[in-house]
Ligand binder design. Structure first.
Ligand SMILES: Cc1ncc(COP(=O)(O)O)c(C=O)c1O
Length: 407
């Protein structure tokens, strides 16, 4: 057997291709883009990486809440008063006052009747989708949906019918073909995180409703930032009242960890007993729900920060475009700006060149990306200053010329 090949029957042989891809990339001498350590985190926008002061442009800390003094104090108080963890499920010993307060904050934030907190956003999608759409039901979803949505579909055994990304007609065609009387769930995202583009929810939600489907929208990348009250793209496009379930996460704008679903469905509370990824896992630690509740309440009054983040997004998008980079969207649509790289090798070289400049961005590659693209994903934070954006553009210019991505 030659070196690197798996023996017959080795269950790891299915990973040989990805192992080879990774070895080839590292053999080219670039730093491992998936093994970076944040040695010290100084603020929502600064960290020490490889001993160097680094601007963070690849976190999902859109509203910069991770170092908010009220948020930190709430976490410390909860640690002191409730201990480090619940050691139990929400349906047994794992519901503390803080979980209830967090759900109340979410109900108020969205103006909805019900809120259910999960241990992660991944589990919220997994749990809600697999529980409400089962055998004999149909799920119509965008082909570029997040892995947690796909996994929720797989776990629930419904018929899964994907349609071309953001294609309204393709979605309607799929809905038309579903047999009469079958249960239908349309699953959409507000912002698609790879390219940072938004969904045409206004039309999609209307059409889904005309076909008698329930609608779930994952607003992971829009909460806190998009919409008048930061409720997301469904709010911005005026259709939030027609959405049956909104899924979200605490790991982005809220600045901690956790996931949730909010809904006005009158029977929603039964989910707490039938949704396995809610029941069969430990609940979030008291310090986490305390930080989340405080952050969510502060996000209700975040309109100045939202306006500044839009400014940042517009100036970074315009600046990168002017430098000659190819971007994922023609206009800035969210806090994510994706820079398209010619291939993985040059993407990794550019990523490393930026890191040497003192800038961290996300390197995204297939299968996470659409159309086999390699992307440098920039996600802005409301705490980035105007000066930061100028500095970042200078770094992109130098790195882009050094690697030969721009002329
Ligand atoms: C669209 C979308 N949904 C859900 C999740 C999962 O969120 P969490 O990090 O809370 O598991 C993510 C995270 O990347 C996401 O991008």
């Amino acid at each position: 057997m030659s070196e690197g090949m798996s023996p017959a029957g080795d269950l790891f042989s299915k990973f040989d291709d990805i192992i080879a891809l990774r070895q080839n990339l590292l053999a080219s001498g670039v730093e491992d883009p998936y093994n970076l350590v944040m040695e010290k985190v100084l603020s929502p926008t600064r960290a020490i990486c490889n001993g160097r002061d680094t601007i963070l442009l690849g976190t999902y800390n859109y509203m910069g809440m991770t170092f908010d003094p009220d948020v930190i104090q709430a976490g410390k108080d909860a640690l002191d008063n409730y201990g480090s963890g619940t050691t139990g499920s929400r349906v047994l010993n794992g519901t503390y006052q803080g979980h209830k307060e967090c759900e109340q904050a979410l109900r108020e934030f969205y103006g909805m009747d019900h809120a259910m907190v999960f241990s992660t956003g991944y589990q919220a999608n997994l749990g809600i989708i697999s529980t409400i759409a089962g055998k004999g039901d149909y799920i119509v979803l965008d082909i570029d949906s997040h892995a947690s949505i796909w996994d929720g579909c797989a776990m629930g055994n419904a018929e899964v019918v994907p349609f071309k990304h953001n294609d309204i007609e393709a979605m309607e065609k799929r809905l038309r073909r579903i047999p009469d009387g079958a249960g239908k769930l349309v699953v959409l995202e507000g912002v698609y995180s790879m390219l940072g583009d938004v969904a045409p929810l206004k039309d999609m939600v209307r059409i889904a409703k005309q076909h008698g489907a329930m609608v779930l929208v994952d607003e992971a990348h829009s909460m806190g930032f998009i919409g008048e009250h930061g409720r997301g793209v469904a709010e911005a496009q005026g259709v939030i009242d027609d959405v049956d379930f909104i899924i979200g996460t605490f790991s982005k704008s809220v600045g901690t960890v956790g996931g949730f679903c909010v809904s006005n469905h009158p029977k929603f509370e039964i989910m707490r007993l039938v949704c396995r990824p809610y029941v069969f896992t430990a609940s979030l630690p008291p310090s986490v729900v305390a930080t989340a509740a405080t952050s969510i309440r502060k996000l209700m009054h975040g309109s100045n920060k939202r306006a500044h983040l839009w400014e940042n997004s517009r100036s970074l998008h315009a600046g990168l475009r002017q430098l000659g980079f190819e971007l994922g969207t023609d206009e800035p649509q969210s806090a994510i700006i994706a820079v398209i790289m010619p291939d993985l090798e040059r993407g990794a070289m550019m990523w490393e060149a930026l890191l040497r400049e003192g800038l961290y961005v996300n390197l995204a590659r297939p299968p996470a990306t659409p159309a086999n693209m390699t992307l440098l994903r920039c996600s802005l934070c409301a705490e980035h200053s105007e000066d930061d954006v100028h500095t970042i553009l200078g770094m992109f210019e130098r790195a882009g010329r050094a690697v030969g991505i721009i002329g």
